[in-house]
Write a protein that binds this ligand. Structure first.
Ligand SMILES: [Zn+2]
Length: 229
């Protein structure tokens, strides 16, 4: 049986950690190999003003790499786009399609580009909407022979798991792994220097929970169906 891969794609270091790290870790335990793609280096989402741009980029990449290692991710692909300036281009869609054709993931995780509620200035960052749209379109292009021909052939992803969604249809109970999820953010000291306050905020306001006190990672799951007629 061929080894199965999963791929999580986001705009900035720490995006995937909000979205799906516990679900990714569960799938790794079930035998999947996981990869991340991070489109920008997150150098402009920064609180320490004394560092140079290069130092900020290096630090954020290092933080993302250690967070990925804590989950058991095999490799992080950094696309090195400028934070806050990601654009939907032919180049971006081609890069994403190439990675999908190479890794042949069964599941792709990314931001839900259909969430246009604009009710949270942080969650609805423009780079998040742009990467979500580009990934959706790259999943389409990857199952096509002609859009971006590739030595690895084409590949049909089975399902897209959208996080940051306003219409979840799948709920991963992470209650037993909540401490693990919180601990991952220790890797992002540049973002959350006051870790204690941050995880309290995260638990109370960000991570979805129900009336019974169970915590979740929520997704809108889309099946990539093969239409034949
Ligand atoms: Zn982000």
């Amino acid at each position: 049986m061929a080894k199965k891969n999963i791929l999580a794609i986001a705009a900035h270091p720490d995006d995937i950690e909000f979205g799906c790290p516990v679900t990714v870790r569960r799938l790794i335990k079930e035998g999947y190999t996981a990869y991340y793609v991070v489109a920008t280096n997150g150098e402009n989402g920064f609180k320490i003003r004394s560092m140079t741009g290069k130092e900020r980029i290096d630090l954020r990449k290092k933080e993302q790499s250690s967070a990925a290692a804590a989950v058991g991710v095999k490799k992080v692909f950094f696309l090195d786009y400028k934070d806050g300036f990601l654009e939907y281009t032919d180049k971006l869609r081609r890069q994403l399609t190439k990675i999908i054709k190479e890794l042949k993931p069964e599941i792709v995780f990314t931001f839900d580009p259909a969430n246009l509620d604009f009710d949270n200035i942080n969650l609805n960052h423009r780079d998040h909407r742009i990467i979500g749209t580009a990934v959706f379109d790259a999943v389409f292009a990857a199952k096509n022979d002609f859009i971006y021909p590739d030595k690895n052939g084409k590949h049909r992803v089975s399902r897209i798991y959208f996080f940051g969604t306003n219409k979840p249809n799948q709920f991963e109970d992470i209650t037993d792994s909540l401490e693990f999820k919180l601990s991952i953010f220790k890797n992002f000291k540049s973002q959350f220097p006051n870790y204690g306050n941050f995880i309290k905020f995260l638990k109370e306001n960000i991570i979805p929970k129900d009336e019974n006190g169970r915590y979740y990672e929520e997704f809108r799951v889309v099946d990539v169906v093969q239409i034949s007629y």
